[in-house]
Design a protein around this ligand. Structure first.
Ligand code: ATP
Ligand code: MG
Length: 325
């Protein structure tokens, strides 16, 4: 062991210096009740690329189980190590049906590798590219699951996600929707070279965060509101001034988010309940924005209960080749 890094035959794992038991208590795999190492997995294929690195589909050699392996390249300074270890520990301790499981993380040769639960439907961003828009009753069911995930992160783990966006909501054939990459944005922010250089998207960032003020878990609720609007209408709610030209620069978009009144759903295409739910999310003043707990009690959450929405079939069958040219 060197500081908070533990060396084993396959690389280096981050553990907390003050809590050596973390090695033993770090989550193990089910059903095989042992630690997984990078040597125990085969790479199947690359399934995604983000700003920070790549995501691969991998298979555990002995159990045949599939996982997603996320590799983030970074140069870690001594001082950043502790912060990363802390974030990864929160990541690994999160256990909720609506938060993507993180089984293990390693630090080796300037890269952090994270073994995640594999979500075979990909992200909501991928899905949205196929279907363009998601009908309101399905969005109600999706919202409910995301809110349960946020409820867990906010009220039980006391963490802010900081990067809620369509590509960080993952889906699977069972009709489950799960939040991923919480803590990852904090890791990106805390690493050297990338400090103060935000590399993600500003699109879903709350006005109070853009303004550089204090922000809390309500910031995630703002982002959720924009994500749901985009799923409902097929468009990011802040349209550039002239169609097809895009925002001239990111500052123009940021100014619009801070200065303009919040967006709202067109009332002729969506139920008043959905409209009110969205407005409760995108209040510019976080004080008036509802919390995940309060949103769970919103009438929109019950509106389509009688329909017994089947997200599993929807995720599997929507966006057939016919619909996508
Ligand atoms: P950014 O880097 O800007 O945050 P991103 O969220 O798309 O963008 P990644 O988190 O690296 O970047 O993910 C890239 C893609 O990999 C996702 O859009 C998704 O399609 C896929 N992906 C990520 N994690 C998983 C997972 N656990 N299971 C299945 N697919 C995943
Ligand atoms: Mg992501």
């Amino acid at each position: 062991m060197d500081g908070d890094l533990l060396v084993n035959r396959d690389g280096v794992r981050i553990v907390s210096q003050t809590e050596p038991d973390a090695v033993l208590s770090s989550l193990s795999l089910s059903p095989a009740d042992n630690q997984m190492s990078l040597a125990d997995i085969d790479t199947i294929k690359v399934i995604g690329k983000g700003n920070g690195g790549i995501v691969q589909l991998v298979q555990h050699k002995w159990t045949g189980q599939f996982f997603a392996l996320k590799v983030i390249q970074m140069n870690i300074e001594e001082s950043a190590r502790k912060a990363i270890a802390k974030e990864l520990k929160i990541n690994q301790s999160a256990q909720c049906p609506h938060v993507v499981m993180c089984y293990q993380s390693f630090y080796d040769n300037g890269a952090v590798s994270i073994i995640l639960e594999y979500m075979d439907g990909g992200s909501l961003a991928d899905f949205l590219r196929k279907v363009r828009t998601i009908p309101e009753p399905y969005l109600a069911a999706i919202s409910k699951q995301v809110l349960k995930g946020l409820l867990y992160l906010h009220h039980e783990k006391h963490v802010i996600h900081r990067d809620m966006k369509p590509s960080n909501l993952l889906i699977n054939h069972r009709g489950e929707v799960k939040i991923t990459d919480f803590g990852v944005s904090a890791i990106m922010l805390s690493t050297s070279g990338q400090a103060n250089t935000f590399v993600g998207t500003y699109n879903y960032m709350s006005p109070e965060r853009i303004s550089g003020g204090k922000y809390d878990y309500k910031s995630d609720i703002w982002s959720l509101g924009l994500v749901l609007m985009e799923c409902a209408t097929g468009q990011f709610p802040y349209a550039p001034p002239e169609q097809d030209e895009g925002w001239v620069n990111v500052y123009e978009l940021m100014e619009a988010i801070v200065e303009q009144p919040p967006p709202h759903l067109p009332s002729d295409q969506f139920s008043p309940e959905f409209g009110s739910f969205i407005s409760a999310c995108v209040q510019k003043d976080p004080k008036y924005r509802l919390s995940a707990l309060e949103l769970m009690a919103h009438p929109f959450m019950k509106l389509y209960d009688d329909l017994h929405i089947d997200l599993s079939s929807y995720f599997k069958n929507a966006g057939s080749p016919l619909a996508t040219f």
